[in-house]
Design a protein around this ligand. Structure first.
Ligand code: PLP
Length: 440
């Protein structure tokens, strides 16, 4: 009898975006003429930079000629031309000197933040912020790090049910369920609330944890961490022999020159941190795919009997065993984002999105909303008015203004009472959506 990996049965059904989609479809069916504007889903809208397109065209031509055709990238970790460009532009330019062997090119920060946990022990305690980018939690659930054996709600129901109403039912059998069902949290994970009171930057927990996921600039709150904030985390990780997974997918949106772009700008971080970067939001590569991770050679993890082991060669073994490289064409496109015209063009697109962010912030502030983020991040975190729940406000906005937001509760219980707006829309749509906000 073939057994299933029961950890997968502990996952919450993909809830947030399918539910948003369902509500939009229902609304459109009832109001076929309505022009719905989405400020909800975090995909980019602007086309690729001309320098990227030219580089990718050249790469396609190379692939069509016998002399310049490329098959597998033998290194398995990214062409040297791209790793050199990364090390020089993203790090050396900020005073961080990295070795080329510390750079691992991949197809996305989603895969990297999801896969990296595999090389660490299953007994490690995981800490995440609440609200959180769901990939960090779900991949640890799949790995069995959420504590104990669970009777999954999915299994109990015999099918993959809709997640709606499931929490209440699941709460009744909490004793058996590995998932702490209040708000869909898991008993084995340490959640660190990110609230207005702590500026949406949680402090390290009192108890020791082993694997810490940090994301700055943050999705969904748009919060950023100062050097002092990150230094506290690095100190904590060093004291507790923990590892920090630092997701910097949105670092290109940082405008304040005092803010760190990389965790390696903090003294001692190389001993305890892995960093994730992506061309997705930086250069509009969501449909092209190119990203990278930095695994420093100084980073150590420990065997059960306390022996220190270098993490870098273990990730190299994992990466080159399970992944066969990013396409040559994508890597040439990514390299072009570091050329002088490429940098200029990429920055223009980021400026366009950040002009959207400013407009959203300013307009909503004038309308009396409490607004966070959007200064150094493409996400704006908005307190719902009059204590409305985030799904209630979502419905109100959809029905009265035909504007789509993302309910904060979908990212975790501490997101209740907030919605996330993104700055990735077309400027004319953002303006129109804000006019409708004003008429609400
Ligand atoms: N990390 C965060 C915080 C994100 O918000 C996203 C995408 O929305 C990703 C990673 C995924 O990026 P990629 O397209 O490189 O997989």
């Amino acid at each position: 009898m073939i057994g299933i990996n029961e950890n997968y049965l502990k996952l919450r059904a993909g809830y947030l975006f399918p539910e948003i989609g369902r509500r939009i479809r229902a609304f459109k069916q009832e109001h076929p003429g309505a022009k719905v504007i989405s400020m909800g889903i975090g995909d980019v809208t602007q086309p690729l930079a001309p320098a990227v397109i030219e580089a990718m065209h050249r790469a396609v031509d190379e692939m069509g000629r016998q002399e310049t055709f490329r098959g597998y990238d033998d290194s398995g970790v990214g062409y040297e031309f791209l790793r050199v460009a990364i090390v020089e532009n993203d790090f050396a330019a900020r005073g961080v000197i990295l070795d080329l062997e510390e750079v691992f090119v991949s197809d996305g920060a989603k895969s990297d933040t999801g896969n990296m946990q595999e090389i660490f022990g299953v007994e490690n305690v995981v800490a995440v912020a609440d609200p959180v980018y769901p990939v960090y939690v779900d991949t640890n659930v799949m790995a069995g790090r959420t504590g104990g054996e669970g009777v999954s709600p999915l299994r109990a129901e015999g099918i993959l049910p809709s997640d709606r109403g499931q929490d209440a039912r699941a709460t009744k059998k909490q004793g058996q369920d590995a998932r702490a069902t209040s708000g869909g949290q898991y008993a084995g994970i340490v959640y660190m609330p990110a609230t207005a009171e702590n500026g949406f930057v949680p402090a390290p927990p009192e108890r020791p944890v082993d694997m810490i996921y940090l994301c700055f600039p943050n999705n969904p709150t748009g919060a950023v961490a100062s050097k002092e904030d990150l230094a506290r985390w690095v100190d904590y990780a060093r004291a507790n022999k923990a590892v920090i997974f630092f997701d910097a997918a949105y670092e290109a949106y940082i405008k304040d020159p005092a803010l760190p772009h990389s965790i390696y700008e903090i003294e001692g971080a190389r001993e305890v941190a892995i960093e994730f970067r992506s061309c997705s939001k930086t250069a509009g590569f969501t449909g092209v795919r190119c990203a990278y991770s930095i695994v420093p050679k100084q980073l150590k993890a420990y065997t059960r009997d306390g022996r220190a082991v270098q993490v870098n060669p273990i990730w190299r073994r994992r990466h080159t065993t399970k992944f066969n490289g990013v396409s040559y064409i994508s890597q040439r496109g990514a390299e072009a984002t570091y050329s002088a015209p490429g940098k200029r063009q990429v920055q223009q697109t980021i400026d366009l999105y950040m002009a959207n962010a400013s407009l959203i912030r300013d307009t909503l502030t004038k309308l009396g909303y409490a607004v966070y983020g959007g200064l150094n991040a493409p996400y704006i975190w908005v307190r719902t008015p009059k204590g409305l729940g985030s799904w209630k406000f979502f419905d109100l906005l959809l029905n009265k203004a035909n504007v789509v937001c993302t309910p904060g509760a979908g990212f975790g219980p501490a997101g209740e009472g907030y919605v996330r707006l993104t700055a990735f829309g077309l400027p004319q749509n953002v303006k129109e959506a804000l006019d409708r906000f004003a008429r609400l």
